[in-house]
Design a protein around this ligand. Structure first.
Ligand code: ATP
Ligand code: MG
Length: 561
């Protein structure tokens, strides 16, 4: 972990509770867990919860479990289980031997459901789903008792056993806890604890055709694992009385306590598994790992370093109230890490040919360039310079406005690590588009120095034409065009139509031919780029991880990257 995430910097109200519980002796050993439902890929919001749970365990000498809440086989898949494990490991966190599945507890949960029946605390209900909803009442009206609520215990036991043995079709009946249909908390109005689902489960296959609800499985799983602090997001605050009711009415081996914190919301970003699933299913992105997705798989493919995500998680802190975090803050954390670690390279994304007419035709010079001027230990490399180069189309203007300091007719600029060149002629095609520049160079300016001290304002990046490596570069913008996607009720309309731009004719300096997949470099003046999983030995494909401009530092009044 970075130095920022030391104990003191990381203080938050949940850590304070944990520290108090330890010092008061209320709790001897800290155990937390991260309990994903394997029905989608993890996103940056989950990373907040992962860093919180694993971080607390780490810092208080406890343990953190990874437990899959796999109680609904209609939505869950092995692919998601595998992806979740990969993503947590990639974040740099480790559950060690503490890998669990709610499905490991199905037999125990079943026994406890039987216990509730035996103690008069649960009943089999034959009402349909619609009737149950209708009987439940509303926030202002109390619910009504089901006509099946007072079935004799023996009959309930018999029916529940028949549910288990597959005697009934889906929806025919459910098992409900018998609590209080008039409760002000709707979660306590006889919640369903078991339902019939005739679907194969990724782990228990066809062994079960009844499955516990999330609400029934969740707290009891924590109790089985002796979780000391069940940390979850605020939407479960109203469920806590129900979880406590189960714990009080069952012979569980421990009493976990739930603490709620505000989920992460991020501007320009959607963090709902349901909607992310929809984006994937409707092919609005190329998959869960599309580099525009806020999934950990997407961010990884995009080139975000895991340290940056951990750093972000520690900087945003943990609060009791919902708020929206500016996505620029996440990007700031990414730049912060990449600025230190990424080697500098030169690449021309939209090439314009430059011919240096007074440079000897067959000559090639190897110029020395620093890999990272901010970090001497990263060393240097050489870059070939020759008569034909590429520069960025944007770096030339035939009729430049006042503040344009780059190349223009009869103007001199510096080529980074190279020479000073002056544009002497502009070649155009039949449509009047500039296709090539003719220039001269000053041999006395090798390395960009001006022996006579003359001032040159612009410095351009460039690549030698015959040595350049061809590449496809994918430029990304936010997937959504508005800061609060879906706030007007139509999320799909808020999708940014230009979130992906593909450049097919990019020219990279030659050493990039060896760029390994996932490795990130800075292209001078252009941003950070990494090799995409689509790269092949024949063709490099690069993602723009992020541009150089740091709007977050600016809002802080700080320096820019
Ligand atoms: P859903 O339940 O709608 O499918 P979910 O994102 O809550 O989606 P889970 O697999 O239940 O999915 O989440 C696992 C854990 O991650 C939960 O403890 C949840 O509270 C936490 N979590 C989910 N989204 C966020 C978020 N945006 N910020 C912080 N924690 C989150
Ligand atoms: Mg959830």
């Amino acid at each position: 972990m970075s130095e920022q995430s030391s104990d003191t910097e990381n203080r938050n109200f949940i850590r304070d509770i944990v520290a108090d519980d330890l010092s008061s002796g209320h709790c001897k050993e800290i155990a937390t867990r991260f309990p994903p439902e394997p029905n989608g890929y993890l996103h940056i919001g989950h990373a907040k919860s992962i860093c919180l749970n694993f971080g607390i365990a780490q810092d208080f000498g406890g343990r953190c479990h990874l437990r899959f809440d796999d109680t609904n086989p209609t939505r869950e898949e092995q692919e998601y289980i595998d992806a979740i494990k990969t993503d947590i490991r990639w974040l740099g966190l480790d559950w060690g031997k503490h890998l669990y599945y709610a499905s490991d507890y199905f037999e125990q949960l079943y026994d406890w459901a039987v216990h509730l029946i035996q103690t008069g605390n649960a009943y089999v209900d034959d009402l349909t789903a619609d009737e149950i909803r209708d009987y439940r009442g509303t926030l202002t009206d109390p619910g009504r008792n089901s006509p099946y609520r007072d079935r004799p215990i023996e009959e309930n036991l018999h029916l529940f056993a028949r549910m288990r043995s597959g005697d009934f079709p889906e929806g025919r009946c459910v098992l409900r806890a018998k609590i209080d249909m008039a409760s002000g908390n709707i979660n306590l109005r006889d919640p369903i604890i078991y339902r019939i689902i005739h679907t194969k489960h990724p782990r228990t296959a066809s062994k079960w055709c009844i499955y516990p609800t999330y609400d029934f499985a969740h707290g009891q799983s924590d109790a089985i694992e002796h979780i000391s602090h069940s940390i979850c997001t605020l939407e479960f605050e109203d469920h806590r009385p129900l979880y406590d009711w189960f714990i009080e009415n069952l012979p569980v081996p421990s009493r976990p306590h739930q603490h709620e914190f505000a989920r992460l919301n991020l501007s320009y970003t959607v963090l709902s598994k349901r909607i992310l699933t929809q984006l994937v299913r409707e092919n609005r992105v190329s998959g869960w790992d599309d580099p525009r997705m806020p999934t950990l798989a997407g961010l990884r493919r995009r080139g975000f370093p895991p340290e940056a995500i951990r750093d972000f998680a520690s900087r945003i802190g943990v609060a009791k109230r919902d708020a929206v975090v500016d996505v620029a803050m996440l990007e700031h954390c990414v730049r912060d890490i990449l600025n230190q670690n990424a080697d500098r390279r030169m690449a021309v994304l939209r090439p314009l040919k430059v011919i240096i007419e007074n440079y000897p035709d067959s000559q090639v010079e190897e110029l020395e360039a620093a890999n990272n001027p901010g970090n001497e230990s990263s060393g240097t490399r050489t870059i070939p310079f020759s008569r034909e180069l590429y520069i960025e189309q944007d770096d030339f203007m035939e009729a430049p406005p006042k503040k344009f300091f780059r190349l223009a007719p009869d103007r001199e600029v510096r080529l980074r690590y190279g020479y000073l060149i002056t544009c002497t002629n502009v070649i155009k095609d039949v449509n009047g588009e500039v296709t090539e520049l003719r220039c001269t160079y000053d041999p006395a300016t090798r390395g960009g120095k001006t022996p006579d001290g003359r001032k040159v304002k612009g410095t351009l990046h460039w690549v030698s034409a015959s040595h350049a490596v061809d590449a496809e570069v994918r430029l990304y913008e936010y997937l959504f065009a508005v800061s609060e996607p879906g706030v007007d009720g139509n999320l799909i309309q808020d999708i940014n139509p230009t979130s992906l731009e593909v450049l097919n004719n990019c020219k990279l300096e030659p050493c990039l031919v060896n760029l390994s997949k996932g490795q990130t470099v800075q292209f001078e003046r252009m941003g950070y780029f990494c090799s995409d999983t689509d790269s092949t030995p024949e063709r490099l494909v690069l993602n723009r991880t992020i541009g150089l401009r740091d709007s977050w530092s600016k809002t802080l009044g700080g320096k820019t990257g």
